[in-house]
Write a protein that binds this ligand. Structure first.
Ligand SMILES: [Zn+2]
Length: 166
């Protein structure tokens, strides 16, 4: 019982020291990682892990914190890389006389909004009876639902080609 009390007294101190150690390690790792890229991060993490393991108090809170920080760094770095590589986004594309709102990533269509946009304005057209009209006051542009149905497949092909050219 006494031993347990002594241990409990020691525990917060140990954890605090280790937490400080871990925070210091993470800061250094993060800074070097930020500057030197992911390869250096792993080298540095390995170096710090070795130091921590040799320092008598390799509490695994410290190690798991380091592992988490490396994972976090890896995730943001890889996310940034994919973001830079892909020419993804959402844009209006002109095809078959109207504009189409298309989301794309890695040169392929993710979502093709089949509701057309006015070619003169960037306005989503409104379906009224047998046609779609531009809701802008000074615009008379309209397209019949039949024409739109015929335009849809070629429009998708044209937009696909436009995305490939980007
Ligand atoms: Zn319009």
């Amino acid at each position: 019982m006494r031993n347990l009390k002594a241990l409990l007294k020691e525990l917060p101190k140990l954890t605090f020291v280790n937490l400080l150690k871990a925070l210091f390690a993470i800061t250094v790792v993060a800074t070097i990682g930020w500057l030197g890229g992911i390869f250096h991060v792993y080298q540095t993490i390995w170096t710090y892990l070795k130091i921590l393991l040799q320092s008598q108090t390799p509490l695994w809170a410290t190690i798991s914190l380091l592992a988490l920080s490396s994972l976090w760094l890896y995730l943001i770095t890889s996310h940034k890389k994919t973001f830079r590589k892909s020419s993804g986004g959402t844009d209006l594309f002109s095809a078959m006389g109207v504009k189409w709102l298309v989301s794309y990533q890695h040169k392929s269509i993710i979502h093709f909004d089949e509701n057309p946009f006015c070619p003169h304005h960037k306005t989503r057209m409104v379906g009224i009876r047998d046609s779609f009209v531009c809701p802008q006051d000074n615009c008379n542009f309209k397209i019949s639902r039949q024409d739109l149905a015929f335009a849809l497949t070629p429009a998708k092909n044209i937009v696909e080609a436009l995305i490939l050219e980007k």
